[in-house]
Design a protein around this ligand. Sequence first.
Ligand code: ADP
Length: 610
Amino acid sequence: MKPHAPTRTRPGSLRLTAALVLLATPLVVAAWGLGGYAAQRERNSADARLTRSLDSAGGAYRSLVSPADAAASRLAGQKRVQLDFLHGGPPVLAWSLDPRTGRLSRSPQTAPPSAVAVRRVDVLSKGHRIGQVVVFAPLSSGLVRALSRRALLGPRHELAVAEGRKLVTSQGTVRIDAGTPSESGSDIRAGGSRYRAVGTGLGRAASRVELVVLERGSVIDSAASTARWRVVGLGLGLVLALLALAYAVSPSIARSRVSRQEREQAERVLAHVGDGVFLVDRDGVIRLWNQAAEAITGLRSDAICDRRAAETIPGWEEIAARIPVARRPGDADDASSAETVPLEVDGREVWLSITGVTLGEGIVYAFRDVTRERRLEELRAQFVATISHELRTPLASLHGAALTLLERGHDLSSRTRHELLDMISVQSKRLADLVEEILLTGQLDSGSLRVVTEPFDAEELVWAAASAARLRVGDDTTIDVSVPAVMPKVAGDAARTRQVLTNLLDNAIKYSPHGGRIELGVEADGGWVRFTVRDEGLGIPLGEQKRIFEKFYRLDPDHRRGIGGSGLGLYICRELVRSMNGRIWVESDPGRGATFTFELPIADRVAVSA
Ligand code: ADP
């Protein structure tokens, strides 16, 4: 039977879409966030590049300043210059430095308002200041070009010098319309264009002149935007790929989930099957051994699974050769195609009715425990043999006696005739008893036997049974009765109880071949009246004490001891006692006798509970 697939509460595709949307949303948000981060990184690295260019421009500027310093000191020390001052020349003499050639030329002006690298050196004479020498580089596009040449500027970087809102570039001078260059980078607008600018002050802190490196804002924006979209695009691509993958694999995931559930269900079902089920693969290794198989055989699954059947199941090779194997379940034509095989585990014999069905990877075997049926069958066969024997003996006696009387009746003495007639009476009684036993067994089995429950006198019954038994024993046997002074009445069927007692007494006599003492007792204990029949006969081995109450069971089925019997007597006793709500058991010391006891409820107790 194929297990049912688990029912689905919602359409699978709807659930899948919802799951994919749930999965994709945070991924898209994350990709967008990463894109923003990449754009910011690009801007930061643009600033870092501008700063590197600015550092290099700073170096160029310092290399420009150093000759100005040296030139100012040198000029201040010249005799000619000192004499100029001493002879009433202007108090300040200025030289302008050509940044392109590094040459100095006398400037008609003392330092112009727009200049860089301004160096002033006082000229002293006898400790008094007589004048001042000034060296400067005029602030111009030429100066910016010269610095740009010396500096190592990044691609698309421009060098400029800012003085207040004025921005001197290599192309000319423009006005800064918005923003101020800063060391950490800032956005400015100059000459109608947007720039990213980093700047550093030149000379003293008070100076408003700054060296600035610029990069067009549009260039940085486009690089940042490219970086953003590269990351976002990559992220979205990944998300899409992931979704496509999820979409592609989800049916197989769903299928494997369903098949896992089916497998688990099948395992659960297998664990609850009453028949033993096991799988032997093509290499003869046991791959599955269900709980019923464990319970029936006593072989544990962990000791048997993944091992070769031939090593773990006793006698497997012979058993396997006998088991019919069908190609499909139900292919076997009828129940007889199951083979009944014995299995011996730990000294215990179990009979199994077993069949096999081939499966791709091996053979699945299913078996039932038929030990009980098998035993009953054996006992039935034994019974037929026993009964044949039991019938033959009295029938032969009857036939012989009747024939003798018929043919030679006139010639026989009256004593012999009487003996023959007595034999006929005894043997026909024996036959009648046997038939009675068989009929009674049939009634007990079909549940058609009527048993009344009414109070009766146990003491009277015991005495009557003992007196009747005494007539059947020889001199070597004594039958004693022990009865207490006061006995409560028993609730049950007096005639059936007498039958049980008679049966037990007959057995005590029968199985005490050397006679001895037979004790018949009765006593009350709690709510029960207990009857006991004790003998000093053959006794019963411990292992057989339960089985002797089974139908047809005899310790000596082949009558080797010469003691006849049908194997029905104790079964009838047990069933009669049970039908009167009592119980029966035996205790025995083999070779020294047996004690059969049965209990029936006392009448008062029954009346009270009723
Ligand atoms: P049977 O007709 O063979 O006596 P029962 O059912 O009465 O059948 O007894 C079953 C078996 O129990 C007997 O075959 C016998 O071996 C054993 N048995 C019964 N009673 C006694 C006893 N008192 N002592 C020894 N064995 C007994």
